[in-house]
Design a binder for this molecule. Structure first.
Ligand SMILES: *Cc1c(COP(=O)(O)O)cnc(C)c1O
Length: 368
């Protein structure tokens, strides 16, 4: 099956390379060296400012969100959260669950946060500003740089959920003024689920060290991970296979160049969007990421039927949208190990579903 989903994504071959291997034991100097090398190279890929640290957590992206928010903020702080969909709401729920006082700014669907959305705040009003840089549920790519500069203008720590924009769009921590960047193994990296990554700038590290956080989660205690990470270790057994895959993937990206990787997603996104021409589908978002294309059924057909049709007849999985829009909306991913040929197969499947036949191609039976 081909995955046009946004996570887990179509896995990259490096994800299989480790499957046939016996995994190394991890409480060794050799394994510590592997982790220290990963931290160094990952920070450089993220364009993290000098003095930053990265930790590798054994969990999905949500675990890294909870771990970092818990380590940074507590009941005596106040944070500002920008919400434009389900993943922004997840940040709010994490704050609620940890009794972290928070103000919410709702950004209307379809567009990025803009200068007019920023509140009149002064230094000290907020300990942190939290943004879902790409809201995967609606496909809106937010102006992280604008929010990062705002956060720093009021002395707040800038926390960015970059899980679905990292490697799909430019996401430089230094230029965007991000203090905490959260990513995971199974989105654009195209690796198996199992690990999430947190990069912390010196400002974020200082807040974690001296901050006012409440009680920490035991398993995902970021401070313990930071301390043990100094010697390339983790408090608990890590997802060893995922770390080995990460090593191979970082080497591959270093060879191809970070911007080569981003350009690949961009090329896939442009090619697919051009291929939708003439189909009864509407792109629902103005400020798009290269990560995915959010679509609405403009005709009477149901998105659920389209999903089932592509699965059954083309062995393709698109990304369904949950909630009240399940029958009208869906998404097509452009991250993970996809090619233009895969796009062509999906476009052919869409055309067949909508009963559109191409004069220069074989007739497809649209009645099924
Ligand atoms: C995928 C994703 C997450 C994390 O989801 P998990 O299921 O925990 O991996 C968080 N934020 C965004 C924006 C995402 O796309």
């Amino acid at each position: 099956m081909k995955l046009f989903t946004v996570g887990p994504t179509e896995p990259h071959p490096v994800a299989f390379a480790t499957s046939a291997e016996r995994l190394p034991y991890f409480r060794t100097g050799e394994f510590s060296d592997l982790v220290l090398g990963l931290e160094r190279d990952y920070l450089s890929l993220m364009r993290a400012p000098q003095g930053s640290r990265a930790v590798f957590l054994t969990c999905s992206g949500t675990g890294a969100m909870e771990s970092s928010i818990a380590a940074l903020f507590g009941p005596t702080d106040r944070v500002l959260v920008f919400v434009s969909g389900a993943f922004g709401q997840r940040i709010v729920e994490i704050c609620q669950s940890r009794a972290i006082p928070h103000d919410v700014i709702h950004i209307p669907a379809g567009r990025s946060v803009s200068a007019a959305d920023l509140p009149a705040a002064k230094a000290g009003d907020y300990a942190g500003v939290l943004l879902t840089s790409h809201e995967t549920s609606t496909g809106v790519l937010h102006d992280t740089k604008l929010v990062g500069a705002f956060a720093h203008s009021i002395g707040a720590v800038m926390v960015s959920d970059g899980i679905s924009t990292f490697l799909a769009d430019p996401y430089p921590m230094d230029e965007f003024e991000i203090d905490v960047a959260i990513t995971s193994s199974h989105k654009a990296l195209g690796l198996h689920p199992g690990m999430a990554f947190v990069c912390l700038s010196p400002l974020a590290l200082a807040k974690v060290a001296t901050g006012s956080a409440g009680p920490q989660p035991y398993y995902l205690d970021l401070r313990r991970h930071l301390t043990d990470g100094l010697r390339g270790q983790s408090p608990w057994t890590p997802a060893i296979a995922a770390l080995l895959q990460m090593r191979l993937q970082l080497d591959r990206i270093a060879a191809a160049g970070l911007y080569g990787e981003i350009a690949r997603s961009q090329g896939l996104a442009r090619h697919l969007r051009a291929g939708l021409e003439g189909l009864p589908l509407e792109i629902t978002t103005m400020d798009l990421s290269n990560c995915l294309t959010p679509l609405r059924m403009a005709g009477p057909q149901s998105a659920g039927d389209l999903y089932a049709y592509l699965m059954q007849h083309h062995d393709i999985a698109i990304q369904p949208t949950g909630g009240p829009h399940a029958q009208t909306h869906f998404r097509i991913g452009h991250i993970g190990n996809l090619t233009l040929q895969d796009n062509d197969e999906l476009i052919a499947g869409l055309r067949a579903f909508f009963g559109m036949t191409d004069s220069n191609s074989e007739r497809v039976d649209a009645s099924v």
